[in-house]
Design a protein around this ligand. Structure first.
Ligand code: MG
Length: 207
């Protein structure tokens, strides 16, 4: 993806986490160095102050090199859309058939279509189009949230309809706007260049 769109919200300014907080509302305590934030310092998950409904999200991440680790212990973090739906972050480089817990998966719901992962210590890109759940006037979900997603410019989710919130969701109030949450799973996963473009819920009726 090229330049940052004019109307994008810069979620991480490269300098500090003043517009983020912890799940309990305390200041976000992740390390910030040279325009990069790092999970795993024991500070817990961080949550954007701002909330969103439909959007596209751009976020860059780097896996740590943990050759002795395996499975869910290998570079685990996560990007929670609306604080409710985890896009897994993990070192799944080289796995032939990635599963529902691997990098880029909607955690425990949908495996990525293909393995688009780069090796640890290389920057990777998630570009995620998110369409929030739609509810009727009685509050019943009539359309679940949907995700289309590129990892490193390769399509890994093609307009999938999610099954509901994933484990670790902040809440299940899917009809309300929600923040972006980055998971601290104890591993030093790095992030940079985080921006989000809020979208209207539909285009006009004009021909
Ligand atoms: Mg995770």
């Amino acid at each position: 993806m090229g330049a940052i769109p004019e109307n994008a919200v810069i979620l991480f300014n490269g300098k500090d986490l003043s517009n983020w907080h912890t799940r309990s509302g305390d200041p976000a305590g992740w390390d910030v160095t040279d325009g990069v934030i790092t999970a795993g310092g024991g500070a817990g998950d961080i949550v954007s102050d701002q909330k969103f409904t439909d959007f596209t999200l751009h976020i860059e991440l780097m896996e740590p090199d943990m050759p002795e680790a395996s499975g869910q212990g290998k570079g685990n973090s996560g990007v929670y859309l609306q604080g409710r739906y985890e896009v897994q972050v993990l070192d799944s480089y080289g796995i032939e058939i990635p599963g529902k817990g691997d990098c880029g998966a909607i955690y425990d719901q949908f495996a990525p279509l293909v393995n688009a992962c780069k090796p640890p210590l290389e920057w990777q890109i998630y570009d995620i189009a998110f369409r929030a759940a739609r509810l009727d006037d009685d509050g019943n979900v009539i359309d679940q949230a949907r995700v289309t997603m590129l990892q490193n410019d390769i399509l890994i989710h093609n307009n999938i309809e999610l099954l509901g919130v994933t484990g670790g969701a902040m809440d299940d109030k899917v009809g309300e706007p929600g923040p972006i949450l980055l998971q601290d799973h104890g591993n030093p996963v790095k992030y940079r260049n985080i921006w989000i473009l809020p979208l209207p819920l539909k285009g006009s009726d004009k021909y």
